[in-house]
Design a protein around this ligand. Structure first.
Ligand code: J2J
Length: 548
């Protein structure tokens, strides 16, 4: 059975096919073109040729099939930045199993939510994550998804054997099977939404739409078999996966070098050791690279392209990148829902430094609209709304939310406030969604507010962004306790949230205790005011700090 999703209207689908954007081929094809003996993937001391990447994902696919997994089944995968992430992804798709790839820093709550939503038959995870050091959490997931009957763990058999399969062992065991991925117009896998609601939304991506977005991205970034891409961001994120990311590099027959994290010195060593030519980072990481680079220029000699996206890059840092890192900058404004914008490699310097690029395809329809949905003039800020050949028409199983996030014409309302210039380039100027962008990591305010409200001493809670020199934004929770003589403290609330099993990056960086929440005329928490308030407090603090 295939996964249900909101399809593109037939006339749009026909047009995307006619243009050659949708080619009705499965995503598994991405690893089929590389030269057999060319290195596709480097992970620590291990190197995988295209031949071995294909063979290992074949083995795993056949073994998963033997274990009883079938087309239309779903999987929750949570792996760190390791080669097995890709092996597992292609293996699952080869037999038509539809995965959602959780981020490695996701925790109980996120994994439970994905499990409830997609009802997986298999979890592929790693004992390096505290949740999978024993089988307590797996059993909890089983209680949420009755069909869940397989746990496959990355680091073989370190604990109780029953029903647990070792990923390494399964990959290495030769098996033959004829593969049948799902149809190209069907859902291939789920991507994760940054979200602005209480429950994390899932994004159904079809083979056709995702494959197009990867091919077009690879073209724009001029990838070829000599490209050596450093995957330093979490490999499951849409950006290092597809813009053009590891998948674009596989399609072009190049090589992906895995980094455990974006730490500058770790990455510089990898760049030198493996002659990396291109990397993708978020703004806080690139700022640290720029700071550290002066003493390591020798190591960065092979780097020619640095992509920056996920959050707004300050113009000051942007301008320092070419000289500090000795390479070209490319800005990327993307979203897991679809639309990706790039500055082009041959754009003039001003465009590269001051915009977040333009859509990658001529059939990306992009409008900048005011609060009534009316297009505004170029140069005026408004909300970015879009539809196109690789932008979804609806979240998975979320009819109510879809009514708000998509309009009647199928445009996705991104919640990003942007300006459009006469050349069609977008500049992000703000946000009209209840989300905090913590250096590229997205936090849905409502999710954390709902959790805070379960605390017996809390009457109201509002999570807002506060400025931060390195991260761009951090999160601040304004708390109204029931009792004026409350005993609440930041540290206890942090502990409380951690105990609820929420990912660490979502835990508020700062707490402010107040008597009442300021309200807007319609009676909602006035978050603009709260943001202004916390900015003013921080300013004052930094001024007193300086004057000491
Ligand atoms: C400002 N805000 C940005 C940018 C994303 C490529 C690159 C990034 C993502 C991503 C992605 C921004 N300047 N350059 O999926 O394929 C904010 C916007 C956007 C949201 C999407 C890709 N680049 N953003 O970040 O789904 O608010 O995807 O709507 O995680 O990040 O977040 P996400």
């Amino acid at each position: 059975m295939s996964i249900s999703f909101t399809p593109w209207p037939a006339e749009f689908a026909a047009c995307y096919r006619e243009k050659g954007y949708w080619i009705d081929r499965p995503l598994t094809e991405l690893i089929e073109f590389g030269e057999p003996q060319h290195v596709a993937l480097i992970c620590g001391e291990r190197q995988f040729t295209y031949d071995s990447l294909r063979q290992q994902s074949d083995n795993l696919a056949a073994n998963l099939y033997q274990m009883g997994l079938r087309a239309g089944d779903t999987a929750v995968v949570q792996l760190p930045n390791v080669a097995e992430f890709y092996v597992a992804f292609f293996a699952l798709l080869k037999i038509g199993v539809v995965p959602v790839n959780a981020l490695f820093n996701h925790n109980e709550r996120e994994l439970e939510s994905y499990t409830e939503q997609i009802q997986p038959r298999i979890i592929i995870a790693s004992e390096r994550h505290k949740l999978f050091r024993d089988d307590v959490f797996y059993q909890r997931l089983q209680s949420l998804a009755p069909a869940l009957d397989h746990l496959v763990l990355l680091e073989s058999d370190s604990w109780a054997q029953h029903n647990i399969t070792s990923l390494a062992h399964t990959i290495a065991t030769l098996q033959f099977h004829r593969f049948e991925p799902s149809q190209a117009h069907e859902v291939a896998f789920f991507q994760l939404s940054g979200g602005s609601t209480g429950t994390p939304k899932l994004i159904p991506r079809t083979h056709n739409d995702y494959y197009f977005s990867i091919r077009r991205s690879a073209e724009i970034c001029e990838l070829n078999s000599n490209t050596r891409f450093l995957c330093a961001l979490p490999c499951a994120h849409n950006y290092p996966m597809s813009s053009p990311g590891a998948f674009g590099v596989f399609w072009a027959g190049g090589c992906v070098v895995m980094a455990p994290n974006p730490d500058a010195l770790t990455c510089f060593e990898l760049i030198e050791k493996h002659q990396v030519s291109m990397a993708a980072l978020v703004p806080p990481a690139v700022a640290l690279w720029v700071q550290a680079a002066s003493r390591y220029q020798e190591q960065l000699k092979t780097l020619t392209l640095m992509q920056v996206g996920g959050a707004k890059l300050s113009e000051t840092i942007a301008r320092r990148i070419p000289e500090a890192l000795g390479c070209q900058l490319q800005q990327v404004l993307g979203m897991a829902e679809g639309l990706v914008n790039y500055t082009r490699l041959d754009d003039d310097l001003e465009t590269i430094m001051t915009t977040q690029g333009r859509p990658m395809c001529s059939l990306d329809e992009v409008k900048v609209v005011d609060s009534h949905g009316q297009p505004v003039a170029n140069g005026i800020a408004g909300q970015l709304v879009t539809r196109g050949p690789y932008t979804i028409r609806g979240y998975f199983n979320a009819p109510e939310h879809n009514k708000k996030a998509f309009d009647q014409d199928g445009f996705y309302h991104s919640g990003d406030l942007v300006t459009l210039n006469d050349q069609g380039y977008l500049t992000v100027v703000g946000r009209d969604k209840d989300q905090i962008n913590r250096g590229g990591e997205k936090i849905a305010a409502e999710e954390i507010e709902n959790l805070l409200l379960t605390h017996e001493q809390i009457m109201h809670g509002a999570l807002v962004a506060m400025p931060d020199a390195l991260m761009g934004e951090k999160s601040c929770a304004f708390i109204v306790p029931f009792n004026k003589h409350h005993t609440l403290k930041g540290v206890t609330l942090r502990k409380y949230l951690r105990a609820q099993g929420v990912a660490d990056y979502k835990i508020p960086d700062h707490f402010e205790f107040i008597d009442q929440l300021p309200l807007t005329p319609v009676g909602k928490p006035n978050k603009a005011l709260l943001r202004a308030q916390i900015s003013a407090t921080l300013n004052l603090e930094s001024m007193t700090e300086k004057s000491k």
